[in-house]
Design a protein. Structure first.
Length: 230
């Protein structure tokens, strides 16, 4: 299932969400340039979260990689998928929290997601990169705030695809179950790299647990807003 959009308009322009997307895209363009010059691997090792480095020689520089790694991606599909999810679900969460709280929530979920990836893979020398842990936190927050929101979702059966409007609790619940299953199946395979399933799981759980601490008094019930084309 691939979400395409939801039916909840926002009260204000999602400035933080747009800035985060722009920052990720800019860093990815830097990665493309570095890749052409042969320096991308060193760049990812330096600014990604390397579990072995974190557990064996933790310092301020290693601590900073929990933030810098959120803006690194391993390919076009990686960043495209992450930014799609951030745009669909991040704007409404930002709208409910307000911009400063959303920034803190996003970064905190990203850090906790990074820790969740390091703990079961403490000896791995493969850098963990990507915004997906922080975005997973946004998904968890969205699920708590808007469980009944309708999400236009592309459902693919073989070579046939259909777009259906599904409740957010189905779409995000299905996404989380997939992360859990893949996380269990990936145990013992951290040294070879791949998708950081435990970052997704940790970020999502962090979002579920923390979202209420970051949401102030709502101006209006979110599901009573009139949908609009945007």
């Amino acid at each position: 299932m691939l979400p395409l959009r939801d039916n909840l308009p926002t009260r204000r322009f999602p400035l933080v969400t747009v800035i985060l997307i722009a920052m990720n895209v800019l860093v990815y363009l830097v990665e493309i340039v570095l890749d052409l010059g042969g320096g991308l691997n060193d760049f990812l090792l330096r600014w990604g979260v390397v579990p072995q480095d974190v557990t064996q020689s933790f310092n301020l520089e290693e601590a900073f990689t929990f933030f810098s790694s959120m803006f690194l991606h391993g390919g076009l599909m990686h960043i495209a998928g992450n930014m799609l999810y951030l745009w669909i679900f991040g704007n409404n969460v930002e709208d409910e929290m307000g911009r400063p709280r959303f920034v803190l929530f996003y970064l905190l979920c990203g850090v906790l997601a990074g820790l969740a990836q390091v703990l079961p893979a403490s000896s791995s020398q493969v850098p963990a990169i990507g915004a997906s842990g922080a975005i997973a936190g946004v998904l968890g927050g969205y699920l708590i705030l808007f469980p009944k929101a309708k999400v236009s979702t592309l459902i693919i059966f073989g070579y046939i695809g259909r777009v259906r409007e599904l409740p957010a609790i189905w779409v995000l619940g299905f996404w989380f179950v997939l992360q859990l299953l893949n996380g269990v199946l990936s145990l013992g395979q951290f040294a070879s790299g791949g998708v950081a399933w435990f970052a997704h799981i940790g970020g999502f759980v962090a979002g579920l647990l923390l979202v209420r601490l970051f949401v102030g008094r709502r101006q209006s019930p979110p599901l009573q807003r009139s949908p609009s084309d945007w």
